[in-house]
Design a protein around this ligand. Structure first.
Ligand SMILES: [Zn+2]
Length: 268
């Protein structure tokens, strides 16, 4: 079985080894905010062999709820599940991410082989245009959050009111991926050039990789922080705060899977 060839009749096919046999059919329902399955449901099918290399607890799909609504909810093992999915052959991933997927974030269904070709970076330009897609690489760069910066500075070194409002709008908009990207993009904007970036600090007794942001007491920076503070992303990413305007956030990689799914999604 060619791992890059779309499955014709997937009903009894194992997504992982691509064999047609008796399979466990596991439906993964959509969850709310905070989950990588937010507005996204799908199915995974595994033969006995492939099922046995996973942890059966994953498939109980226990939902962990945050203490507040803002923290949202997620499946206890969703990272493990998605890591497993992402190592499956593309023909299996296509079924998971495309054919069996549904939800508000899956507005563009692709022809199975087109999805696989797109993932391999060989879908012709004309077809990509039809789907409104960029080549894999371009999109990847975009999700690294190096795209447009939202914050604009005035001549006195303050963020402009318009740009703060634009940031606020995106953070509270419907597009959660755009909101996440905007959040991290804003964290790259700092009046003092060396006052933000990747570092490692102690968080609750553990050394962790974080994104640091120091306001330096500059009210322009504090204006940005105030806008970010009022978004749902804040409580899901802030790891540590030290008095005096020293903030430490989880790095954007935390959202890798959420942002990756972006490719086939377009929300209007
Ligand atoms: Zn299998």
């Amino acid at each position: 079985m060619n791992p890059n060839q779309a499955i014709q009749n997937p009903e009894n096919v194992c997504f992982n080894c691509l064999k047609e046999t008796i399979v466990h059919k596991i439906n993964i329902p959509t969850l709310g905010w905070g989950s990588q399955f937010n507005n996204f449901s799908t199915r995974i099918q595994l033969c006995d062999n492939c099922y046995s290399v996973t942890n059966p607890d994953w498939w109980k799909l226990n939902v962990i709820k945050g203490k507040t609504d803002l923290e949202g909810e997620h499946y206890e093992y969703e990272d493990e599940i998605l890591n497993f999915v992402n190592q499956m052959p593309l023909a299996g991933q296509e079924l998971f991410w495309n054919r069996f997927a549904s939800g508000a974030f899956v507005d563009i269904y692709m022809k199975a082989q087109d999805w696989i070709d797109y993932k391999q970076g060989i879908l012709p330009y004309e077809k990509r245009k039809e789907y409104g897609l960029y080549p894999t690489q371009e999109k990847q760069e975009e999700s690294d959050c190096d795209d447009e910066s939202i914050i604009e500075w005035d001549e006195y070194g303050y963020p402009t009111q318009e740009s703060l409002e634009k940031l606020e709008q995106i953070l509270n908009g419907n597009d959660i991926r755009k909101a996440i990207k905007a959040f991290y993009s804003a964290l790259k904007e700092n009046y003092y050039p060396d006052c933000c970036g990747s570092t490692e600090v102690e968080v609750r007794g553990e050394i962790k990789k974080v994104w640091e942001y120091h306001t330096g007491g500059w009210s322009g920076n504090e204006d940005i922080i105030r806008v970010l503070e009022n978004s749902w992303v804040w409580s899901l990413t802030l790891e540590r705060y030290d008095a005096g305007g020293h903030y430490y956030f989880e790095p954007i990689e935390k959202w890798e899977n959420t942002l990756k799914n972006n490719k086939k999604e377009k929300r209007i």
